[in-house]
Design a protein around this ligand. Structure first.
Ligand code: ATP
Length: 288
């Protein structure tokens, strides 16, 4: 199966798995990981949600974390950004060479990580423009903020049309666009997106993924948590599969798309057909 197979008109990857834009920007980049998460354990009270998770995100890449409900995907992102008090209990998180584990979210954002939570958390009583301003609250460089405003409007022109509208009255898709745009207003090196496709119509999902790919091609590294494995694997460079707080698989997206377990669990590739001709999805008990 080709990584860009099917009917999707997402930006195509070239033979070596990279778009030409990406290859150009990769050539300028230093090697090495932008983010290194080593063996983190995160607890909610007495419950251990992450049981020694390690992930690495190279500068310029899109890295995706796949996993079923409750696997711990959101917990990974919240632990990195510093939203869980006194967590991780164990392990290290290094961003741009600096240890950031157990640092407060404000500090982590100021270092260059932005987090767009699941569920389009916009400020409903503020206008679109005010929401975008909130995204740049840690900055004082007015001219550069104006440039970033223009940049996010280029990605999401609808937000300019709705600039004075209260965010709470936007459609679900528009709120998701606003949430991503607000995340970009801090000009992050690393943008972490939690389920950006959740609850959106297929056409809008495709649009959002196209924009995520463009944002990446223009230089922002992305850590993407998704249940829509089909779309995530098409745009990502590398992926991790998380299951009940542990990484059970990690590989390039090309290899993950060929992996039988990934096909069966996440890509909905049918294994059997019933006598009535219905596709049946065989459930495996454990990972190989
Ligand atoms: P989903 O795809 O459904 O969003 P997820 O992979 O993001 O799931 P998490 O939200 O990270 O999973 O949850 C991991 C585990 O931690 C789950 O068992 C969940 O019930 C538990 N958990 C999450 N938040 C809390 C909390 N605030 N208190 C206690 N347990 C929690």
């Amino acid at each position: 199966m080709s990584r860009t197979g099917g009917k999707s008109d997402l930006p195509k990857k070239e033979k070596n798995g990279q778009s030409s834009n990406k290859m150009k920007s990769n050539a300028l980049k230093a090697s090495g990981a932008l983010l290194d998460v080593s063996n983190i354990e995160t607890l909610y009270g007495k419950i251990t949600a992450l049981k020694g998770v390690s992930i690495s995100v190279k500068e310029g890449d899109i890295v995706t974390i796949l996993g079923a409900n409750g696997a711990g995907k959101t917990t990974v992102l919240k632990t990195i950004i510093g939203l869980l008090d006194d967590q991780p209990e164990k392990g290290k998180i290094v961003f741009k060479g600096k240890n950031i584990e157990r640092k407060k979210a404000d500090h982590v954002v100021s270092l260059g990580i932005s987090y767009v939570p699941e569920g389009r958390e916009v400020f409903p009583e503020l206008t679109v423009k005010e929401n975008l301003k909130m995204g740049s609250y840690i900055r004082s460089d007015k001219e550069e903020i104006a440039k970033d405003y223009d940049r996010v409007i280029r990605y999401f022109p609808i937000l300019e049309e709705r600039a004075k509208q209260l965010a709470g009255t936007l459609s679900g898709g528009e709120q998701q666009m606003l949430a991503i745009a607000r995340g970009l207003m801090s000009r992050p090196k690393l943008l972490m997106l939690d389920e950006p496709s959740l609850g959106l119509a297929p056409i809008l999902v495709k649009e959002i993924f196209n924009i995520i790919k463009t944002i990446n091609d223009e230089g922002t590294t992305i850590l993407l948590v998704e249940q829509n494995a089909n779309m995530a694997l098409k745009i990502a460079d590398f992926g991790y599969v998380l299951e009940t707080g542990r990484i059970v698989l990690s590989d390039t997206t090309e290899n993950l798309m060929e992996n039988d377990d990934v096909k069966e669990f996440y890509l909905g590739v049918a294994k059997e057909e019933s006598v009535k001709g219905y596709k049946r999805y065989k459930r495996k008990k454990r990972w190989r």
